[in-house]
Design a protein around this ligand. Structure first.
Ligand code: NAG
Ligand code: NAG
Length: 305
């Protein structure tokens, strides 16, 4: 008993499900701006028949005894099909056609739902090289991918098993030049991407050293350079001192020699007004000290040099 009730409930639910699904599906699809013919295709249609077309229960065409009183005569075909031009989003909905016999009975009826859709925008094909899994991942990008069907072509050949928005190809398969393109399609339009030729170059094991100077390295180099310059300056100063020391020593020696010479020269003329001033006994101690100090300094310099 319980199982019968359950079965009954199941059947009822399935019935509701089916009728709901039927209500939502569309027999016809179109994009805004397109034209569309609603197919009645009644081959035995005569002028004696009454033809009516409805959109959302509003009459859009009425023809009786071959005369069209609602709608345009040019839109109706010989078999009663109705053509719709320059469709709008509001053109969606339920269309219904009725053909009545002269005696008023229904000869034929047709009902169909029209769904309006956006045209697909042109997809952008992008790719990313994944060296970890040695594959290239392609993406067929479109603004609104919901409900779209994707297809892929490789060197002009369609990859029949690939219908997703993304495609993964192993790098081994990529050998040689391979042209990829993808298409996105809905029920009213198809758009193809530009052709893309992926190139995946594995990154070199050690990147060029010029590009990887860290700030620490730069700092070390600058400090080293500054140190080197300081050392050079010090050496130059020492060398200059040495040079000037030697020059000094030479001058002192020359002076000494000269004095000795002049003294020896002046010895014969015993009476000379300069003699007293030129006498070395008074000047001797400071000159000797200076000379000693200078020599001492130069010895240190010479040692350092
Ligand atoms: C007809 O009904 C559909 C929904 O079923 C609606 O989208 C459409 O705008 C309607 N059109 C008119 C002209 O009433
Ligand atoms: C009405 O006419 C059609 C064909 O014209 C015929 O098949 C049908 O039997 C008629 N019905 C009645 C009730 O006269």
């Amino acid at each position: 008993m319980a199982s019968f009730t359950a079965l009954g409930l199941f059947i009822l639910l399935e019935f509701i499900n089916l009728s709901a699904a039927n209500k939502d599906t569309c027999e016809l699809y179109a994009a805004v701006g397109q034209s569309l013919t609603l197919p009645l295709n009644y081959n035995r249609l005569e002028n004696s028949h009454v033809l009516k077309w409805f959109h959302n229960d509003t009459i859009i065409l009425y023809r009786e005894k071959g005369k069209v009183s609602i709608g345009k005569p040019a839109d109706v075909s010989a078999t009663g099909s109705l053509s719709l031009k320059s469709l709008l989003f509001s053109s969606a909905g339920v269309y219904e056609a009725n053909v009545l016999n002269p005696n008023g009975t229904l000869a034929l009826s047709w009902t169909g739902r029209l769904c309006m859709m956006d045209k697909v925008s042109k997809p952008q094909l992008t790719y990313r090289c994944d060296f970890k899994s040695s594959a290239v991942n392609l993406n067929c990008y479109v603004d609104k991918p919901q409900g779209l069907v994707f297809s892929w072509t490789l060197d002009e050949k369609t990859l029949t098993s690939e219908t997703r928005q993304t495609l993964s190809i192993s790098l081994a398969q990529l050998k040689g030049e391979r042209d990829f393109s993808c298409s996105a399609a809905n029920k009213v339009s198809t758009q193809k991407s530009d052709t893309v030729r992926p190139t995946c170059k594995s990154p070199s094991p050690s990147p060029p050293p010029l590009l990887c100077f860290t700030s620490k390295t730069v700092l070390a180099v600058v400090a080293g350079g500054a140190g080197l310059i300081l050392l050079l300056i010090t050496i130059i100063i020492i060398l200059c001192c040495c040079y000037s020391c030697k020059k000094n020593q030479m001058r002192l020696k020359d002076k000494g020699g000269l004095r000795m010479l002049s003294l020896s020269k002046r010895e014969p003329d015993s009476i000379s007004p300069d003699y007293e001033t030129m006498h070395p006994s008074k000047d001797s101690p400071p000159v000797a000290i200076f000379s000693f100090l200078s020599n001492f300094k130069c010895d240190i310099m010479a040692y350092l040099c």
